[in-house]
Design a protein around this ligand. Structure first.
Ligand code: TYM
Length: 337
């Protein structure tokens, strides 16, 4: 039996990378009998990267509608907004006090910023907030708060889950008195789609502006985005190299093994990029198309989404509140008798 938990930051429009890396495997895991699932909108995390309140609001709505349209069943899944659970920032502080600064120095997002600054000849920490620096601690609190055992994510998040284990283990060691206060989580990464490429072949990411939106823009938007995938200059009739084609990688993420094999052969035999894009479009549309009407309906009825999130927050807090009482006692913040 697994307790599955995952979150997505509410900074942009949900894209195919979020879908294949997190949403699709998480929903599949939630349907396995006996599993318990916790999926949430990481809106406190969004504040780290975004200071546009309207963008955050819009992204929260799009992301909630995306989860539900993708098949999340609120009867099986505790579905909530991070910012509706005040126990999470409280736990973040308890964890912050046991987390070594040196561990945070190694976090990818922080290192990427300092490396970029150094390359540009600037102060390493220029523009780095404490939010960015300690981002993995907030993420550890998300995970440890609900004693998650399995966290489905893309490869870019694996380091953060390892950090959550380190921090949880340290807390157990310092305050558990032989008991496991926290369960240590493990990342679940689907090897084939661990890093879905974007339009330009780099990792699909909001920050590279190379994403293919999942629902926004409709099937027309999907087609237009696919048309902008960068390919080499080989002409129809010339053999293509599937292993060096991110278009092929995208295809593989939505195809079964027979379809993948047939597409590989067609590329080797000279399928034109235009036709290849058409086939990719049809393949993705097969999976996403039937869910679009539900997405549109949810976007038009935000109060229904709100009701689902409130119910989710209630269920989540029913677990978070008693655990936090126990944790406060463990660190010495108990009431006088
Ligand atoms: P975020 O919002 O950047 O991404 C959300 C999820 O989508 C996956 N993903 C990808 N997978 C494959 N290929 C890609 N190109 C791609 N782009 C994104 C990410 O790996 C992730 O699984 N800090 C997290 C959100 C978070 C979280 C958590 C996740 C907050 N608390 C607790 C798990 C557990 C983040 O910013 O993900």
């Amino acid at each position: 039996k697994q307790r599955v938990l995952t979150g997505i930051t509410t900074t942009g429009t949900p894209h195919l990378g979020n879908y294949v890396g997190a949403i699709r495997p998480a929903i599949a895991a939630s349907l396995v009998a006996g599993n318990e699932s916790f999926f949430f909108l990481a809106d406190y995390h969004a504040l780290i990267k975004c200071d546009d309140p309207r963008r955050i609001e819009r992204s929260r709505l799009e992301l909630a509608a995306t989860w539900l349209a993708a098949g999340l069943d609120t009867e099986r899944v505790v579905f909530y907004r991070q910012s509706d659970i005040p126990e999470i920032p409280e736990l973040t502080w308890l964890l912050t006090c046991v987390t070594a600064k040196g561990l945070m120095n190694r976090a990818h997002a922080y290192k990427a910023s300092t490396d970029a600054n150094e390359a540009a000849g600037e102060e390493p920490d220029a523009g780095v907030t404490m939010g960015l620096f300690s981002y993995p601690i907030l993420m550890a609190a998300d995970i440890l708060m609900f004693n998650a055992t399995h966290v489905p994510v893309g490869r870019d998040q694996v380091q953060h889950i390892e950090m959550a284990r380190d921090v949880g283990q340290r807390f157990n060691h310092l305050f558990g008195q032989g008991k496991e206060l926290f369960v240590l989580p493990q990342a679940v990464v689907e090897e084939q789609v661990a890093t879905l490429p974007g339009l330009d072949g780099r990792k699909m990411s909001k920050s590279y502006d190379n994403t293919i939106p999942l629902f926004e823009g409709g099937s027309k938007g999907l087609k237009e985005a696919i048309a902008r995938i960068v390919t080499d200059s080989r002409l129809p009739g010339e053999a293509k190299d599937p292993d060096n084609s991110h278009l092929f990688t995208l295809y593989q993420a939505f195809a079964n093994s027979d379809e993948t094999a047939a597409f590989r052969t067609a590329l080797l035999e000279g399928l034109g990029w235009g036709d290849a894009k058409q086939q990719l479009f049809e393949l993705i549309e097969r999976e996403i198309g039937p869910k679009r009407a539900h997405y549109a309906e949810l976007m038009a009825n935000p109060e229904r989404i709100e009701a689902a999130l409130q119910e989710g927050a209630r269920k989540a807090r029913a677990l978070a509140t008693p655990l936090l009482v126990q944790l406060r006692e463990a660190v010495g913040l108990r009431r006088f008798q």
